[in-house]
Design a protein around this ligand. Structure first.
Ligand SMILES: *Cc1c(COP(=O)(O)O)cnc(C)c1O
Length: 505
């Protein structure tokens, strides 16, 4: 951060007084924007080109970045060059590089040229699409592209535009689930007065419990059911628990089936769960946040969408594995009126004549916030500029590379597979036990060229490899095994794998 008074305080090279308002410039000057926009686009292109050279994880102490930033905003404008300089010097070294080809942690949040450009266009247009009237094209484009995606995924027509259903884009799977939960409770309240109960497997995403808490469900009304040995929700246990709840006067209100659990990618038996849910009038929400993308491949689709015809809502995150940059959650519901009835609170100032006719969708009635970003643009651009064929090929490659990786792990006597590959996710451990595995993971991640995260699988500490990075190639996936095997054998090899002598680390 440059001190005021330093000679290079950010004046452009031309010497022109390149200032925003306060120093005389308008907040949007087309010529300045054109010039600076090019600089920023170039910066982003250079960043992506340089990614493999960065360590995936930053090497910073808590508070280190904050300490290098001024505690208060400047009173007078600074130049783009000054800000980009600080971005490079202070911010980038403190980043975890999610777009790095060696990023195998959590689930990917992959991005692509078209999606980044779509995001830029969305910001550039600066619209806010809370109501159909506040930008009809934003609402209508969203309806269309979400329906394109529905068709690519092979989801049923009842989630489509024609009937009672519909699809939308939200910020996150967590928000989508919360909205469905509130709608489910409202629907259940019509048929009973007992305590509403929520069901999910113990391996379901944390957003189930968080959503239930936000919605005001007491902890005793949130059932996290034991899974089978493959990490799947057990229909027999679900049925027995629902039966007990109903017998005690409680209302089985909402069940979450997870297609692709976070820990190990387990796929709950949605059809069996849906059949039970129907019996109790329970809302079935399918959380396919990560795995849903795989349904674009016809050969993978059956295991992803099995039972979907019984679902009241189904959500997936194109921002995980579908090259749409964060954030983009697509949610389909079987009854858009049920959702809208539960969430609508139209004060007079938000009512419109066309909205009152019911001829248009006001998407703000389907979500938590009032305001809405124009997220459909980036999904539109990805679907148009990358296309279904290439998206499918990426899924197939990632699944194949993950299987190859798993074969290496399985062939090494020091290791064991804890959960076999589920799509592009596999978990494994050292036979030597939890402590050795955790220590190995720390060593691997310290080495810098890859980043993997961990989970509990069957009570064991597991290393997770989740493949899906935009730049990640087969060589990167197999290279990750090289780094891991080396770290398991000899710490010195790790530094070699990174191309630097150990003393530099
Ligand atoms: C990632 C994930 C979520 C949460 O996603 P957000 O969009 O960040 O809320 C929920 N469920 C599953 C299965 C996930 O993989």
């Amino acid at each position: 951060m440059r001190e005021s008074g330093e000679p290079e305080s950010g004046e452009p090279q031309s010497g022109e007084p390149d200032r925003w308002p306060g120093a005389g410039g308008p907040p949007f000057d087309p010529e300045r924007f054109r010039r600076e926009g090019r600089v920023v686009i170039d910066w982003i292109a250079d960043y992506w080109a340089s990614l493999p050279a960065h360590p995936v994880l930053p090497d910073v102490e808590p508070g280190e970045i904050a300490a290098r930033l001024p505690a208060a905003a400047p009173e007078t404008p600074e130049s783009l060059a000054a800000v980009l300089g600080d971005l490079e010097r202070i911010i980038v070294p403190g980043l975890t590089h999610w777009q790095h080809p060696g990023f195998f942690a959590y689930f990917p949040a992959n991005a692509s040229g078209p999606s980044i450009l779509g995001e830029l266009l969305s910001a550039g247009l600066g619209i806010q699409g809370m109501l159909w009237t506040t930008s009809p094209a934003a609402t209508e484009l969203e309806g269309i592209v979400v329906d394109w995606l529905r068709q690519l995924l092979g989801l049923p027509d009842r989630f489509g535009l024609g009937g009672d259903g519909g699809g939308m884009i939200q910020d996150s799977a967590s928000s989508g689930l919360l909205c469905c939960l509130v709608a489910a409770r409202e629907r259940a309240a019509a048929s009973g007065t007992g305590q509403c109960v929520v069901y999910a497997s113990a391996d379901a995403h944390s957003s189930v419990v968080k959503g239930a808490k936000i919605a005001g469900f007491p902890p005793a009304a949130i059932r996290r059911l034991d899974t089978d040995s493959a990490g799947r929700l057990r229909p027999d246990l679900l049925e027995a628990t629902m039966r007990d709840d109903a017998a005690a006067g409680r209302v089985p209100c909402f069940v979450v089936a997870t297609v692709g659990t976070t820990a190990r990618g387990a796929i709950d038996p949605v059809a069996a769960i849906g059949t039970i849910a129907r019996r109790y009038g329970t809302w079935l929400h399918v959380d396919a946040a990560w795995a849903g993308t795989a349904a674009i491949c016809p050969e993978l689709r059956p295991m992803i969408v099995d039972g979907v015809e019984l679902a009241d809502s189904w959500g997936t995150n194109p921002h995980k594995s579908m090259l749409v940059n964060f954030d983009c959650h697509c949610l389909w519901i079987a009854s858009r009126h049920t959702l809208a009835r539960a969430l609508t609170t139209k004060p007079d100032y938000l009512r419109t004549a066309v909205g009152d006719t019911g001829a248009v969708v006001d998407y703000s009635d389907w979500q938590v916030p009032l305001g809405r970003r124009f997220r459909a643009l980036k999904l539109w651009m990805v679907l148009r500029m990358i296309g279904g064929e290439a998206l499918r090929q990426r899924v197939r490659d990632q699944v194949a590379w993950t299987a190859e990786f798993a074969d290496f792990v399985a062939a090494d006597p020091a290791f064991e597979i804890l959960s076999p590959p589920s799509l592009a996710l596999v978990t494994f451990a050292l036979r030597a036990g939890d402590e050795a595995t955790a220590e190995l993971l720390a060593r691997v991640n310290r080495a810098g060229s890859v980043f993997l995260s961990h989970a509990r699988v069957g009570g064991r500490y597991a290393i997770r490899l989740a493949v899906g990075g935009t730049l990640t190639s087969r060589a990167d996936v197999l290279g990750a095994w090289g780094v891991i095997a080396a770290a398991a054998g000899d710490p010195v090899l790790v530094s070699k794998a990174r191309g630097r002598p150990a003393e530099e680390r």
